[in-house]
Ligand binder design. Structure first.
Ligand code: FAD
Length: 390
């Protein structure tokens, strides 16, 4: 198989960052090849909760100061794409909820005062009551306050499927990656013995970036992993709930999203504080017990006696200096022909692509002479986690 291919942009990693970027570049007329070593979306992306944040969550602890940050514009950009009139045509992608809710079970006035004072949420948050409450909270015993945030929740598996369609013939299943040098400069990569030359190479491999950088003998940027221990509950009596439940601290006590399983039942997917910190020291049984207690305290009217429970450990991959980087922008850095980054959120995939496009523009990279692509071995799309864990 001694084929040599030429392309404009070679992308490594087919999660949301690589797939969204690939579709944007193709739309701009660039030739691309996207290499995926496992399944499309199967890293963090299909394990995400699918919330398209507008930054409201960060306003809770003052990390978001204004509307200038990229994240504030994400719900609009995604909404337009979903309607088929945005930067990508994502019509057909499942919208699970057109709002995410903020739910305060008690009186957490301190947090909420600074939250509502923040410019980032002003005019974008409405209190809801009665039959406007999320179905799972519509109960006589429910006492808290609920605010509607103008944030979307997406069905991520259908998003990944759609982006795989928009990728056309550019997808390549490949595992073994080695650098190709010409005149001492990185000119492409050799993927499973196939040489691919490119004007630019983008590493968007999530937690795989660290290993790829090592293979290329590059020491920066450094990556950090943030481990999570998520909980999934599936049951015949569950009703939809998309909400951050506030606790005393800056982070949501629990963040609940709801996903449709193939057998018609709903699955609650639980993240937030319950999936971090001490959760890492709990084994699966102890983590399930902790979640059962939390749901029992917060939603005592929900009958979970016939529910099935599972946990999922997954690492979030981010740039190591993320303590210094604002939580509301994607991260991209470049050196020579190599660009490396992490979107840091599913919601920020459009910002990640913007940053790559801006770098190409800065460097005067335009669509060039690319090879006709032969039939390439194609990676599969990851299956929804709520189908694989139960
Ligand atoms: P990934 O999705 O991890 O994709 C990287 C891909 O690269 C994988 O498919 C992997 O197989 C591939 N790869 C790795 N190494 C190689 C290699 N050597 N060669 C080829 N391919 C390779 N964000 C939000 O905005 N909203 C949310 O609600 C949200 N919830 C989350 C919940 C959880 C539990 C987690 C873990 C994250 C959540 N996030 C959320 C964050 C979001 O999921 C990630 O920021 C985003 O999915 C990262 O996308 P990515 O494409 O960079 O990485």
């Amino acid at each position: 198989m001694p084929t040599t291919l030429s392309t404009d942009v070679l992308i490594i990693g087919g999660g949301i960052a690589g797939l969204w970027l690939n579709a944007r570049l193709r739309k701009e007329g660039f030739a691309t090849i996207l290499v995926e070593s496992a399944t499309l979306g199967g890293g963090q992306s299909v394990k995400s909760q699918g919330i398209i944040h507008g930054g409201a969550k960060y306003a809770l602890h003052g990390a978001l100061t204004g509307a200038s940050e990229a994240i504030a514009d994400m719900p609009r950009r995604w909404r337009e794409a979903l309607a088929g009139n945005g930067e990508l045509d994502l019509s057909g992608v499942g919208l699970l909820s057109d709002a995410h809710y903020l739910w305060s079970p008690g009186t957490i006035a301190g947090n909420l005062t600074s939250f509502f004072a923040s410019k980032a949420v002003r005019g974008r948050v409405d209190q809801v009551k009665g039959d406007q409450l999320p179905p799972a909270l519509q109960h006589a015993k429910f006492k808290g306050k609920v605010y509607r945030l103008a944030e979307l929740v997406l069905d991520v598996p259908s998003l990944i499927k759609r982006l795989a369609v928009l990728a056309g013939d550019s997808l390549l299943a490949g595992q073994r990656i080695e650098p190709l040098f010409e005149a001492g400069k990185l000119s492409g990569l050799c993927v499973d013995g196939r040489d691919i030359r490119a004007q630019r190479i983008v590493l968007s491999a999530g937690s795989g970036n660290a290993q790829l950088l090592q293979t290329l003998d590059i020491s920066q940027p450094k990556q950090q992993l943030r481990p999570l221990h998520m909980v999934l509950v599936k049951g015949p009596t569950l009703k939809p709930l998309y909400a951050h439940c506030l606790g005393g601290g800056p982070k949501p006590r629990v963040t609940v999203t709801t996903h449709p399983a193939a057998d018609g039942q709903w699955v609650w997917y639980l993240g937030g504080d319950i999936a971090e910190g001490d959760a890492m020291d709990r084994d699966s049984d102890a983590q399930i017990k902790a979640a059962q207690k939390e749901l029992g305290d917060l939603l005592p009217w929900v009958d979970l006696s016939n529910a099935q429970w599972a946990t999922l450990r997954v690492d979030r991959a981010e740039p190591a200096q993320s303590g210094l980087v604002r939580p509301d922008n994607a991260f991209l850095t470049d050196a020579g022909s190599l660009l490396v980054g992490w979107p840091t959120k599913l919601a920020l995939a459009p910002d990640f692509a913007d940053r790559v496009l801006a770098t190409l523009k800065r460097d005067g990279i335009t669509p060039g002479a690319a090879s006709e692509l032969p039939d390439l071995p194609r990676p599969a799309v990851a299956e929804p986690i709520w189908e694989s864990v139960f």
